[in-house]
Design a protein around this ligand. Structure first.
Ligand code: F0G
Length: 471
């Protein structure tokens, strides 16, 4: 049993993901790709030199010290699993205090036995999405190297999170890149309110991502998108908390929406490391769910059969796929704006995660996403459209028989219900014009689970009658 906590940065380094490159870099270097081969980087640890607990239960000790910020944070109470920065450099705002909640109502909708479905509410983070798990880690790294400005491209949640960390800590100025008309008002309002410099470019997320990489490099601004390997270290902790909530038992399935594929990649890394350290004896299966209008991973993994293959990825097929996408100017389009992404930057890391977790990928339509989202709302705290994809995906996998009725399934709800009220109100509205404007234009035909407001004249008798008729 470990007794002391060592988080010496000498024990951590950055390593190229490609096994035949494997170049390493100091944690003090700011990189978003390998200098040798251009590949993605991982944060790696020399575990032999780190006093890692020999049981996940060891982390329960931290609960008694919740008055200390690092023990209160749902990210940093697992500091021993992401020991790349010393405790005194950690920037935390109390992120990661989220809930895993069983929902029999959603289990029934998905087709699982009662007690088999759990919702991991990452919308309960300070900025309302799972991004805070990663932002505290990237911000900590940025702080250790003395960055004064930090940037990201975003479909809205990364930018809200970055803006919040900048606003609260006052350590850095946030610069965010968003596509035009591609961000929900809830998220845009956060970035503006928290005081980030907001650059709205004429283009979509994929364009914004390309530009922010160029601009950060040119101006020496610290990039916090999930190509930043430190960010993904923080997102691993979502899985530690899931296990913690299940009394350290590994569920059968983790189901997560896929956009830029940072979350799925970090989950895979978390399980890979826990297996390596003997902290768990099996990994859960991972299901990554794309929206039909933004289905690059689904196409490459399920249709073209791309695999991690110990790092020997068939680059030719991937390049041909993207060349064809460019040739036909195919652009991502889904009501789940958070995952409206065609060029996921963590694609290769996600393939590794799918290999570690015997994963599957599915795509779900905007109709399926909104119906599933409405069921989360009717049976729990609600979520934003992208998060509904995980429940819709679980339902699809259940219908296919890939998930069994008796399986224990965790659907990660990545963002808060209030992030995108436009989609929610349009689903429940009785105003056909509004429904058509927001939803029918995206192929959503019906709102089977709509909870319509009842319009009544301002008349006491008629109000009373309406309540009696409807309750
Ligand atoms: N769900 C929500 C609510 C998101 O905001 C995102 C990503 C995802 C799922 C997909 O996660 O990228 O790790 O696969 N949002 C990013 C952003 C892209 O800019 O906020 P992923």
């Amino acid at each position: 049993m470990a007794t002391a906590v060592h988080t010496n940065t000498d024990q951590a380094f950055q390593r190229c993901l490609a096994p035949d490159c494997g170049a390493t870099y100091d944690v003090g270097e700011v990189r978003t790709s390998c200098g040798e081969c251009g590949g993605l980087l991982d944060v790696s640890y020399d575990w032999d030199r780190i006093n890692v607990p020999d049981s996940l239960r060891w982390f329960e000790k931290k609960w008694a010290r919740r008055n200390e910020p690092l023990c209160r944070s749902g990210v940093w109470r697992f500091h021993e699993m992401l020991p790349f920065a010393p405790a005194e450099k950690v920037v935390t705002i109390g992120e990661g205090q989220t809930l895993l909640s069983p929902s029999d109502g959603v289990a029934k909708y998905v087709g699982l036995n009662a007690g088999g479905l759990y919702l991991e509410y990452e919308g309960l983070n300070p900025s309302g999405s799972f991004k805070d798990n990663g932002m505290t880690a990237a911000f900590t790294h940025a702080h250790t190297i003395g960055a004064k400005r930090a940037a990201c491209a975003s479909t809205g949640n990364t930018s809200a999170s970055l803006a919040l960390y900048c606003g609260v800590s006052k350590l850095m100025k946030g610069v965010i890149f968003i596509g035009s008309g591609k961000i929900s008002y809830g998220k845009l309002s956060q970035a503006l309110d928290y005081g980030a410099l907001t650059i709205q470019i004429a283009g979509d997320f994929d364009d914004a991502m390309q530009r922010v990489r160029q601009v950060s490099e040119q101006l020496g601004i610290y990039l916090v998108n999930s190509v930043n390997p430190f960010r993904l270290e923080g997102q691993k902790t979502i899985m530690y908390r899931v296990l913690e909530s299940l009394n350290w038992e590994v569920p059968d399935w983790i189901v997560v929406p896929g956009g830029n594929l940072g979350n799925s990649s970090s989950f895979g890394k978390a399980f890979m490391e826990m297996l390596e350290l003997g902290l768990i004896d099996r990994a859960p299966r991972l299901a990554v769910i794309n929206a039909t209008g933004a289905d690059t991973l689904h196409e490459l993994y399920e249709v073209h059969g791309q695999r991690w293959n110990d790092g020997q990825i068939d680059q030719q097929t991937t390049s041909a796929f993207f060349d064809d996408m460019d040739k036909h100017n195919r652009r991502a389009s889904t009501i789940a704006s958070a995952i409206e992404i065609n060029r996921p930057v963590n694609y290769e890391k996600c393939l590794r995660a799918l290999a570690v977790c015997d994963g599957v990928v599915r795509e779900v339509t905007d109709q399926e996403i909104l119906d599933a989202k409405s069921q989360v709302g009717a049976n729990g705290f609600g979520c934003e459209p992208a998060s509904g994809a995980s429940v819709a995906g679980a339902k699809k996998l259940r219908e296919e028989g890939v998930i069994a009725p008796s399986d224990r399934v965790v659907c990660v709800l990545t963002g808060h219900q209030l992030k995108d009220p436009t989609a929610t109100v349009a689903y429940h509205t009785a105003d056909q014009d509004e429904f058509n404007r927001v939803l029918a234009s995206r192929g959503v035909q019906r709102a089977e689970f709509a909870n319509r407001a009842v319009a009544v004249p301002n008349d006491l008798d008629q109000i009373v009658q309406a309540i009696q008729l409807n309750s």
